[in-house]
Write a protein that binds this ligand. Structure first.
Ligand code: IPM
Ligand code: MG
Length: 359
């Protein structure tokens, strides 16, 4: 099969972790007889520096004409004072929109080898396997109007949280369909005691739930869901939620399973799938070669699964990662006191090696 990908390294640790994910994809392509064809393009701060545009038209064209997009991270404090549309993050948000990627899947799976990495006791976190389904193109991230205006000292900022029934329906369908292939549980997370958006959300999700009688549907306010996520993470199966709540809860889920550096994501539903680790650009450790590439590598596995239906190949990557972790490989975020930390590149090499050995 031709794996025609656009690679967007982006900012901070983005290029470093993406490089390792590409190396693993190359190994998979060689072993399984696929052809990897790559196009590298700028996004985020890197694109702002080069072209004063966080998402140059050429990058969009490349993404739209490829089979899938693999992204590292965007974000650079150097642009913190820029207006919204000239921030690195604006590039990512526009890309999600251009691709029509409304469904953001963020699995948070506990690796048995990493029991010492979670701040939670083993008996609480063991066997955690959560799929966060985050709506990605609506809510406060995109709602209009939005502004900061007024005289100095008396400025007012406005954001609009907005959801249409059709947007809620299509993301709910993704969550229910996924639940049917898992433990048949959906927890819909909202703030229906306060927000109109959430009241509509809950109504539509409840209605949709009737089409899936086998799925056990629950509702939880986001504050309470945040507490339950650390108290009883194993109770969760599919979590269905709006854009901003999903952003927050997915970082929290990363903490629960031991490190945000482990979390991968798939943004699908549109013309072309976009795959990226959940962690950000981590400017404080960029360029040091110590970032955890596993979130990026697991995103590459999701890319194979969701954009190319290459399940065996995706599983080969995931098993390789379990194996290297079981053998004690740890990047700095996972090392703790008991392990010696290895570099980003070394972790990548070990995954490549494990992929080769297991076939
Ligand atoms: C994420 C990130 C992004 C988001 C930022 C970088 C715009 O935090 O993918 O979780 O908020 O969606
Ligand atoms: Mg986030």
């Amino acid at each position: 099969m031709l794996l025609n990908l656009t690679i967007l390294g982006g900012d901070g640790i983005g290029p470093e972790v993406t490089e390792q994910a590409v190396a693993v994809l190359q190994t998979i392509a060689d072993l399984f007889g696929h052809q990897l064809q790559l196009q590298h393009k700028p996004i985020g701060g890197a694109a702002l520096t080069a072209a004063n545009d966080p998402l140059p038209p050429d990058t969009v064209e490349a993404c739209l004409s490829s089979g899938a997009v693999l992204l590292g991270a965007v974000g650079n404090p150097a642009f913190d004072q820029n207006p919204s549309h000239l921030r690195p993050e604006a590039g990512l948000l526009r890309l999600r929109r251009e691709l029509g990627a409304y469904a953001n899947l963020r699995p948070a799976v506990f690796f048995p080898a990493l029991e010492d990495c979670s701040p939670l006791r083993g008996e609480v976190v063991r066997s955690t396997d959560i799929m966060i389904v985050r709506e990605l193109l609506g809510g406060a991230y995109f709602g209009q109007p939005r502004s900061i205006a007024g005289a100095a000292g008396a400025r007012v900022a406005i954001n609009t949280m907005r959801y249409g029934e059709d947007e809620i329906e299509r993301i709910a369908r993704v969550a229910f369909d996924l639940a049917m292939k898992r433990k048949k549980k959906v927890l819909s997370v909202d703030k229906a005691n306060v927000l109109e958006c959430s009241r509509l959300w809950r109504e539509v999700v409840t209605r949709m739930g009737k089409e899936y009688p086998e799925v056990k549907l629950g509702h939880q306010y986001v504050d309470s869901a945040a507490m339950l996520l650390v108290q009883r993470p194993t109770d969760f199966d599919v979590v269905l939620t709006e854009n901003m709540f999903g952003d927050i809860l997915s970082d929290q889920a990363g903490g629960v399973v031991g490190s945000l550096g482990l979390l991968a994501s798939a943004s699908i539903g549109g013309k072309v799938g976009l795959y990226e680790p959940v962690h950000g650009s981590a400017p404080d450790i960029a360029g040091k070669g110590i970032a955890n590439p596993l979130g990026a590598i697991l995103s590459a596995a999701m890319l194979l699964r969701h954009s190319f239906a290459l399940e065996r190949e995706a599983v080969a990557i995931e098993s390789a990662i379990s194996a290297v972790l079981a053998r004690g490989a740890r990047t700095a975020d996972l090392a703790g006191k008991a392990h010696k930390a290895i570099s980003t590149a070394e972790m990548g090499r070990r995954v490549v090696q494990a992929v080769k050995e297991r076939l």
